[in-house]
Design a protein around this ligand. Structure first.
Ligand code: HEC
Length: 353
């Protein structure tokens, strides 16, 4: 039977490994398997000899949870002894922040009293609890744990196969990682110590997601293109549109002949509302060429790649929403951006309703 439960355990662990990945936090590489997404624990009440027990009761502390049964010949005692050793690897102050709960999936034989006696053989503050078959099914499935009560032998004795990992619930009441059977007590202590010392619960860190350096989501501007574009811009465009792309301060005032002074090309203007291709066309073909003040055509002065570099440089001056909008990743009702009445008003590709 021992072989079977270990087998079940290792099959399960390989599944778990596929779903969960190793994750590192602030330089700490967890020995346990960290869930991609922390899991809120359902409020299921179990019974211990001291009364009802709910995981939420232990908010603010770490909980190590283990599913097993007291008649378990091998895996459970080994696991509980290992957990005890892991706690011994901590200072008394540290280990006081960890609550160990053993949940029996064999309520027919394991009464809350029997469980209490059993777990106190390991350490007197361990809790042993169980529930009805339905409660246990809810509880195990919530943690992705499995168990199977085997057929009794002639003497009425039966064994129970069960997943043999140790579940860790953080101070926020989230299931965040588990230790596969075979994790050494030292490895467990290391993870526990990290979680005890770190003020911010891991669930909060995971839920907050990775910290992004402020780069545009999905739109990547190649730095060397931005730099090259800036150089080209300063040589070909800055004299009219300004060294900082802010345009002529009077750009909104229509001149007597209906023409306009050069508008801004940064986020304060409306250049971001054009598609990339339209911008390239304006730069290559010019605009309002018949007006005394106009946008000159650059098709003979600049190569295609130079025009693209300049557009990339302009993009580096837009905000994330403008970039995503221009790229077609999002639609938005443009803010009341002043648009040039003389220029063909760019129609947003897909205005949001
Ligand atoms: C001689 C001055 C001059 C130069 C040099 C010049 N522009 Fe312009 N640009 C203008 C004027 C004037 C307009 C507005 C024309 C109009 O209203 O049709 C304009 C309009 C534009 C627009 C349309 C913006 C909008 O919001 O409608 C873009 C884009 C633009 N220029 C890019 C460039 C780039 C890139 C360069 C350098 C390669 C450049 N311009 C060089 C004068 C200039």
């Amino acid at each position: 039977m021992k072989r079977l439960s270990i087998l079940l355990g290792s099959v399960f662990i390989s599944i778990v490994l596929m779903v969960f990945g190793f994750r590192s936090f602030g330089g700490h590489k967890f020995n346990g398997l960290v869930l991609q997404e922390p899991m809120k624990i359902p409020p299921i009440v179990m019974r211990a000899d001291s009364g009802p027990v709910q995981l939420d009761d232990f908010r603010g502390r770490l909980v190590l949870l283990y599913f097993g049964y007291t008649s378990c010949p091998d895996v459970c005692p080994t696991s509980l002894a290992n957990i005890k050793m892991a706690l011994n690897g901590l200072t008394p102050e540290e280990s006081a922040q960890v609550q160990v709960i053993f949940i029996s999936v064999d309520p027919a034989r394991d009464t809350p009293e029997a469980l209490g006696k059993y777990v106190r053989l390991f350490q007197d503050n361990f809790i042993g609890a169980t529930g009805t078959r339905e409660e246990l099914d809810l509880m195990t499935s919530a943690f992705g744990a499995k168990y199977k009560i085997n057929q009794p032998d002639a003497g009425g004795n039966y064994s129970v196969d069960h997943t043999s990992f140790t579940i860790l619930i953080d101070r926020n009441g989230y299931y965040i990682l588990n230790f596969p059977h075979g994790t050494t007590s030292t490895q467990m202590s290391e993870d526990l110590r990290y979680l005890i010392e770190n003020e911010m619960p891991i669930s909060a860190q995971i839920l907050a997601g990775p910290t992004y350096t402020p780069v545009v989501c999905a739109v990547t501007l190649i730095p060397s293109h931005v730099d090259g574009g800036e150089w080209l811009y300063q040589h070909h465009c800055a004299q009219c549109h300004g060294a900082d792309l802010a345009g002529n301060p009077q750009w909104q005032t229509e001149l007597a002949d209906g023409s306009h002074l050069p508008p801004p090309l940064d986020k304060s203007g409306s250049a971001w509302q054009y598609s990339e291709q339209d911008l390239i066309n304006i730069i290559k073909e010019g605009r309002n060429l018949d007006k005394p003040i106009h946008m000159p055509a650059f098709k003979s002065a600049l190569a295609n790649w130079e025009v693209k570099f300049i557009v990339t440089y302009m993009k580096s001056k837009w905000d994330i929403n403008q970039l995503n909008y221009q790229h077609g990743f999002m639609t938005l009702t443009p803010q009341a951006t002043p648009t040039l009445s003389a220029s063909p008003t760019p129609t947003p590709a897909a205005p949001s309703p």
